[in-house]
Design a protein around this ligand. Structure first.
Ligand SMILES: [Zn+2]
Length: 202
């Protein structure tokens, strides 16, 4: 498996995303076909490989992937998730090479509890988000949900928080991004760990 996303073709990207999706599905983070993953194949023009809509994320194959443009529209065969547009927006805004979107219980529960944003500090796990020390304070933004991806993208752009490559969408789930699928996966695992920890605090 290549970790250099820029050299992936669509089928290779599909294989990478299928493996990542199977891992997240095994954690219970992509239940009922929910969630979607993407990897950037071209920066100029922006093109992404996005997991196909409506498939069981534990059973994806290399073919269950759709090529989309910067608006999330399909460039070839297949139907991307409506959320592909937000993946493209995240890639354009942040320079990320891969985006993870999962519907986790902890993200929805913590979004309810802290609608103004979820604060974390003094935790060794924060080093997993690229911080050199646990002695930092960061906030995971929470944005209101929308079925309009342009509206949701505007909210995400306005909410972006330094040192936190992730956003919670209230009542919905979690977006996390990284330079490549492997970094995006590790960051997703770290952010979810932080959310699960906060849930244990009463
Ligand atoms: Zn979703």
């Amino acid at each position: 498996m290549s970790e250099t996303t820029s050299v992936l073709d669509l089928e290779e990207a599909g294989a990478v995303l299928a493996a990542e999706a199977a891992r997240f599905a095994s954690f219970g983070w992509m239940r009922g076909t929910s969630g979607n993953l993407s990897v950037v194949l071209s920066r100029t023009p922006l093109q992404l490989a996005v997991t196909a809509s409506g498939r069981d994320k534990g059973e994806l194959t290399a073919a269950d992937v759709v090529l989309t443009d910067a608006s999330g529209a399909a460039l070839g065969a297949g139907r991307p998730s409506a959320e592909a547009a937000l993946h493209a927006r995240v890639a354009a805004l942040t320079g990320a090479g891969a985006v993870v979107h999962v519907h986790t219980v902890a993200s929805v529960a913590m979004g309810h509890r802290s609608p103004g944003g979820i604060a974390f500090r003094d935790l060794e796990m924060l080093k997993g988000l690229g911080h050199g020390t646990h002695e930092v304070a960061v906030t995971l933004p929470v944005i209101e949900n929308s079925q309009d991806m342009a509206v949701l993208g505007d909210r995400l752009e306005a909410a972006l928080s330094p040192g936190m490559p992730a956003v919670v969408v209230a009542g919905h789930g979690l977006y996390v991004w990284g330079a490549d699928p492997r970094e995006a996966r590790h960051r997703t695992e770290v952010v979810e760990w932080l959310l699960e920890l906060e849930l244990t605090r009463s």
